[in-house]
Design a protein around this ligand. Structure first.
Ligand SMILES: O=C(O)CCC(=O)C(=O)O
Ligand SMILES: [Fe+2]
Length: 304
């Protein structure tokens, strides 16, 4: 039900057509697949996990100034109890997280003009953290861009269609840490907001997916492979040809860590029904307006 796809079939050109056909099926059916052979080095993934461990172990007083609720650009530390991905449940997620966005300098004119999602990253005082996060960010962003070439092939779009939409995207690298727990929820049921999410986990069980018309089922763990899923933005863009599917994280039996990479388009990209997908089911919207509307629903204001 959740297929494992070898990226080298496409990237190495050995079976690009077969890969695209398998990918297209996965994106239409559950919107989830595992991606192996992706070329992001194991050591880089391991370093991101290590940096995450070092960050989450910092005292609250060092993390508090980086609070994401005080950041208009979706960057920084999300404390445990600050977010409910299932916004209607009234149950807060049992996890903490840290977000890194597209890296711009304070002098960038878009930062100066306070454009939406065009802020500077915030960094903890952990040696090597910034460098490691930014090199991982670049590696996965490039993989995500390449994956969109396979989407183009499957959706019958002209080659390069997506490239201008992901030049300086609102992609977010998010490290997550779930304490061991017997109650509550690690991450409430939700669909992701962006185009596509590339998720690496440490193998501790908890992630489940609920396909349309089906029941909650565990997402299999294949060491080193990404769990990739379609987000709501690409579902909307593809005029519902691709599907985003609800998933959640159950409270894990032992501490669990994951590294998510949410790939949203450029803030000023206009998301409107892709050519060849029929009469548009949704009005056009910019990437930034769409993401803002989704984020606003999940965070509880700090003073509440
Ligand atoms: O931690 C995980 O395995 C998944 C997290 C997730 O679905 C999310 O943050 O959107
Ligand atoms: Fe998710």
């Amino acid at each position: 039900m959740i297929p494992i796809l070898d990226w080298q079939r496409f990237a190495g050109g050995t079976d690009a057509e077969g890969f695209v056909a398998d990918l297209g099926r996965a994106c239409r059916e559950t919107g989830f697949f595992l991606l192996d052979g992706h070329g992001v080095p194991d050591h880089l993934v391991a370093e991101v996990f290590e940096m995450g461990d070092a960050f989450f172990a910092l005292p609250q007083a060092e993390k508090a100034p980086l609070d994401i609720r005080a950041n208009p650009h979706n960057r920084g530390w999300a404390a445990e109890g600050s977010e409910a991905l299932d916004e209607k449940s009234g149950v807060m997620d049992r996890k903490e997280a840290f977000n890194v966005g597209y890296d711009l300098t304070a002098e960038d004119p878009r930062v100066q003009a306070a454009e939406m999602f065009r802020g500077v990253n915030v960094w903890p005082d952990v040696p090597g953290f910034r460098e490691t996060m930014l090199s991982y960010y670049d590696a996965v962003l490039n993989l995500g861009r390449a994956l969109h070439k396979a989407f183009e092939a499957d959706l019958g779009l002209k080659p390069g269609f997506f490239a201008p939409h992901f030049t300086e995207p609102m992609a977010t690298l998010r490290i997550l840490s779930y304490p061991a727990s017997t109650g509550g929820i690690g991450a409430g049921a939700h669909t992701d907001y962006g185009s596509v999410t590339l998720l690496m986990t440490d193998g501790v069980a908890g992630l489940q997916v609920k396909p349309r018309g089906g029941d909650w089922t565990d997402v299999p763990h294949v060491p080193g492979a990404y769990v990739v899923n379609i987000g709501d933005c690409l579902m909307r863009w593809s005029n519902d040809i691709y599907v985003s599917t609800p998933h959640r994280v159950l409270p894990p039996a032992r501490p669990r860590r994951s590294i998510a990479f949410f790939m949203d388009p450029n803030p000023d990209s206009v998301v409107s029904a892709l050519p060849g997908t029929g009469a548009a089911k949704y009005p056009a919207i910019t990437g930034a307006d769409y993401l803002r509307s989704r984020l606003d629903a999940t965070y509880t204001p700090k003073e509440a």
